[in-house]
Design a protein around this ligand. Structure first.
Ligand code: IPM
Ligand code: MG
Length: 360
């Protein structure tokens, strides 16, 4: 098969971790006889430096014409980077929000898995981490507070800022369907998270999710308020299979879920539209403080490439081969600095990429 991938190295550690994902993909293609072609494109700060904007229309076109987009990370140090002197719409993150909207990537899949080899890194009590956990957060990505009307005015000398949270039933239905579909091939449970005791948008969310659930009698559905969910994630993360939630709640809960795995450097994500097209990126950010030092953990990006093979190209076996290679490398005791512990072998970003590639 021929894979045509638009590739965004981005900012900070982005280019380093993408290089390792490419290394592993090259090995997969060699082994399974696929060919791969990249369009390397700019987004975020890297694009601002060249074009003055975080994402050009030409770049969007290139991304649209590819089969999938593989991304490192974007953004810089918000306190020191000159990118953050620009108005909000011209900052690196605006590029990410624009590509999500332009490519209609409404479904954001964020798995949070406790790797048995890294259970020691889990900050929770042993009696909780011993149970292990493997959840997937299905975050709505193109609606809600992120894309509602917003403005700042001054009324009678007093500044006022407004952000609006809007969802249509169609937007809720399509993400709910994604959640139930994926729950079907997992452990058949959906926890829909909202704030229905306060918000109208959440009450509509709950109603539509209940309707969708009727088509999936084999999947158990429960509703949970977002504040309770934040608590349950640290109290008993093993209870969750698929968490379905709106954009802002998903942003916050997915950071919390990744933290309880103890290794945000290990977590992949996919942002999909209604077809097989997706944008794949690690769940972590651009870590500008360690950029260029060859010490970042490339595993989340490599796992994102594995998700890409599975979801955009239907390559279950190739995807599994990457996951298995990563498990081997971890079992052999190799660790990047972020997941390093006593008696383990510390390796650099590029060494980790090579180790994984060698085990494909
Ligand atoms: C994420 C990030 C983004 C978001 C930022 C960079 C705009 O935090 O992907 O979770 O809030 O969606
Ligand atoms: Mg976030």
């Amino acid at each position: 098969m021929e894979l045509h991938i638009a590739c965004i190295g981005g900012d900070g550690i982005g280019p380093e971790i993408i290089a390792e994902a490419k290394k592993v993909l090259a090995k997969v293609c060699e082994k399974y006889q696929h060919t791969i072609e990249y369009d390397d494109i700019l987004m975020g700060g890297a694009s601002i430096d060249v074009y003055g904007v975080p994402l050009t229309d030409e770049t969007i076109q290139i991304a649209k014409s590819a089969d999938a987009v593989l991304m490192g990370s974007i953004g810089g140090d918000t306190n020191t980077s000159p990118w953050y002197q620009l108005e909000p719409g011209l900052r690196p993150e605006a590029g990410l929000l624009k590509i999500r909207k332009e490519l209609n990537l409404f479904a954001n899949l964020r798995p949070a898995v406790l790797f048995p080899q890294l259970a020691g890194a889990c900050p929770l009590k042993e009696e909780i981490s011993n149970a292990g956990f493997d959840m997937l957060i299905m975050r709505e990505l193109t609606g809600g507070l992120y894309f509602g009307e917003r403005y700042t005015t001054v009324e009678n000398g007093i500044a006022k800022a407004v952000d609006t949270l809007t969802y249509t039933e169609e937007e809720i239905r399509r993400i709910a369907i994604k959640a139930f579909e994926i729950a079907r091939v997992r452990r058949k449970k959906v926890t829909s998270v909202d704030k229905a005791n306060v918000l109208d948008s959440s009450r509509l969310w709950r109603k539509v999710v209940n309707e969708v659930a009727k088509d999936y009698p084999d999947v158990a559905l429960e509703h949970m308020l977002v504040d309770n969910c934040a608590m349950q994630l640290v109290k008993d993360p093993a209870q969750f299979d698929v968490i379905l939630t709106e954009n802002m709640f998903g942003d916050i809960l997915s950071d919390e879920a990744s933290m309880v795995t103890g290794s945000i450097g290990m977590l992949a994500s996919a942002s999909m539209n209604d077809t097989k097209f997706g944008l794949y990126e690690p769940s972590h950010g651009s870590a500008p403080d360690i950029a260029g030092k060859n010490i970042a953990n490339p595993i989340a990006t490599i796992l994102s490439a594995a998700m890409m093979l599975k979801y955009s190209f239907g390559m279950e076996e190739e995807s599994k081969a990457i996951e298995t290679a990563i498990h081997k490398v971890l079992s052999e005791g190799y660790r990047t600095a972020d997941i390093m512990s006593q008696d383990k072998k510390k390796v650099s970003c590029s060494e980790m990429g090579t180790l994984v590639a060698e085990r494909i």
